[in-house]
Structure formats: structure tokens, C-alpha cells
Design a protein around this ligand. Structure first.
Ligand code: PMP
Length: 297
């Protein structure tokens, strides 16, 4: 699914076949989850293949590495060119792109001494599917923000995401919603959370979340459309009483909730602000000029 015998990736300064790439089993990244990565999408727009917010994603990867001491001897402008080459070499237009920075052999708990960069790409349908989600509040909390750099996209953090997502699936739900250590709503395992109440959108404030690039895009679209959006601490009771809710992220794009902990949202998805933003987001990534408008106007 992610690669076959023809797939070309960029690894350690060259384009190589994915099947011939050699990693190191003594890598500090493998043993300790000490690596940084990105999730980016390219779209087949009327103007050709476009990587959405490429600069923002590579800037975040640089930030993530810096946050935990992983060296970053890369030039992001070059990386964007290289990423377009990876897409072209694999004849990909609509694609998910996965850059990953790993470290060399080091079993000590000291910062990374060398950086290896992989850029891979594959076709990936909307990560959470196209159907409204049945979500459960996870018993697994997001990590303590004083213990991890939660605004960095570090591989090891995703053990937490895997546990929460699997718990939801084991209980018959589509996805999990995680609370922070104080019990406020934080985010999904791989997406940011928004809900609508009385015509206003709410989303958890920064601090205990990965502040997503899609979240920022949704907020931009709200400002353009005149939709009020408030970033604040959110209780699970407020989320249960919402009119509608959605997740957003690069892989998931914008996807609505059907229910949270079996409480079905009052508004039909098609009548929600989320549905307007879902369409507006699609237009934005496809570079179709349109100002989202409140359908009630
Ligand atoms: N939160 C988490 C934990 C994530 O893994 C992601 C996906 N990167 C997001 C939020 C959404 O971030 P973005 O919109 O930048 O993809």
C-alpha cells in the first residue's frame, strides 16, 4: 500500500528504490521514538500538482527537530523541490507525503549526533474516511505538556495516539477523543477538534495539542467567512452539548462527527458550519478561489 518494487523515495541525499533503502537497527530513533516527521498532502489542482502549505510543514519539521535536539542540516526550500521530484518520479499528483528525520546509532540518552532524512509519498484516501464519525472519549490522556514538547511532531508521541485510537476501535467506535491531563478536551490521535454551538465555533486553545496546520487553515477560513471561532479550554460536557463537531488534519482533511460517546449531534452535518468549512477547505487546497459564506446569509 505504501510502496512497491517501483517506488522511489528520497533517502540520505539520493533518490533510491524504497525496497533498496537501508536503515540502521541501532538507530536511536527506532529504540527511543526519537525522530521527527511530517504529514503533508499534494493535490491535483487545475494549475498542476500543488503541495499544500509545504513551507509551513517543513518549518514545523525544523521546529520539531530543534525542540528535542535532533540536528537539522537541511534547507527547506531545497526539500520542497525534492518533494516535487519524489512526486514526479512516482507519477503522483494527489498524494500524502511523509518526511521523516531519524538519528544514527546511539544507545545513550543524549541528543542525536546525525540526521537521516526520508521523503516518501503514496496515494492515501482521507485518513478517517468520508463517513461521519462515531467518536468515544478515550481513557488514555494526552501526555503532560511539561513532559513532552506537544507542539512538536515527534515519533514517540504517537504511541499515545495508537493506544487511544485502538481503544476506540476495540470498543466499536471509529475514532478517539483525548483529554489533557487536567481533563479538558485536547484533540484526536491525529487531528484537531472543533465544535459548533449556537452558530459559533470552538476549539481547544494551544498548550496541550499539536496546533495543526489544518486547524490554522480552518481558523483563516472562519475569519474570511465571518464565522466566529473561539479558542478556549473545553470541558467534555460542553462537547456533548454541542450542535455539531468535526476533526481536521492534513490526512483527515475536515470530517464531521455523528456522535460523541453515543450522544448524537443535534444538527445534521449538511446544515453545520463544519460542512461549510469542509467545502471551503477542499476549495482552498485545490486553489479554487472562493470565499466561504454562511449559507444562512
Ligand atoms: N493533532 C495531532 C496529534 C496530529 O497528529 C495531527 C496531524 N499532524 C494534527 C493534530 C493535525 O495537524 P495538521 O493539520 O498539521 O496535519
Amino acid at each position: 500500500m505504501y510502496y512497491n518494487e517501483n517506488t522511489i523515495v528520497y533517502y540520505n541525499n539520493e533518490f533510491v528504490k524504497a525496497t533498496e533503502m537501508k536503515g540502521n537497527m541501532f538507530s536511536q530513533s527506532l529504540h527511543y521514538g526519537y525522530a521527527a516527521f511530517e504529514g503533508i498532502r499534494a493535490y491535483n489542482t487545475a494549475k498542476g500538482t500543488r503541495i499544500f502549505k509545504a513551507a509551513e510543514h517543513f518549518e514545523r519539521m525544523k521546529y520539531s527537530c530543534g525542540a528535542v535536539g535532533i540536528p537539522y542540516p537541511f534547507n527547506n526550500e531545497e526539500l520542497i523541490h525534492i518533494t516535487y521530484d519524489v512526486l514526479a518520479k512516482n507519477s503522483l499528483t494527489d498524494a500524502y507525503i511523509r518526511p521523516l528525520v531519524t538519528c544514527g546509532p546511539n544507545m545513550a540518552l543524549t541528543k542525536g549526533n546525525e540526521a537521516h532524512l526520508l521523503i516518501a509519498a503514496w496515494e492515501w484516501h482521507a485518513y478517517l474516511g468520508d463517513n461521519l464519525l462515531r467518536v468515544m472519549t478515550s481513557s488514555i490522556r494526552r501526555p503532560n505538556a511539561a513532559a513532552f514538547k506537544l507542539d512538536a511532531k515527534i515519533s514517540g508521541h504517537y504511541v499515545n495516539s495508537i493506544m487511544a485510537c485502538q481503544e476506540a476501535k476495540d470498543n466499536g467506535y471509529d475514532e478517539a477523543l483525548l483529554l489533557d491531563t487536567k481533563g479538558y478536551v485536547a484533540e484526536g490521535p491525529g487531528a484537531n477538534f472543533f465544535f459548533e454551538k449556537d452558530g459559533v465555533l470552538y476549539t481547544p486553545q494551544k498548550g496541550n495539542i499539536l496546533p495543526g496546520i489544518t486547524r490554522a487553515t480552518v481558523i483563516e477560513l472562519c475569519h474570511e467567512a465571518g464565522i466566529e471561532v473561539i479558542e478556549k479550554q473545553i470541558t467534555i460536557e460542553e462537547a456533548h452539548e454541542a450542535d455539531s463537531a468535526f476533526y481536521c488534519g492534513t490526512a483527515a482533511e475536515v470530517i464531521g462527527f455523528k456522535s460523541l460517546d453515543d450522544v448524537v449531534f443535534k444538527l445534521e452535518w449538511k446544515d453545520s458550519l463544519g460542512a461549510i468549512l469542509q467545502k471551503a477547505y477542499k476549495n482552498r487546497v485545490l486553489e479554487i478561489e472562493s470565499i466561504p459564506t454562511l449559507l444562512t446569509a
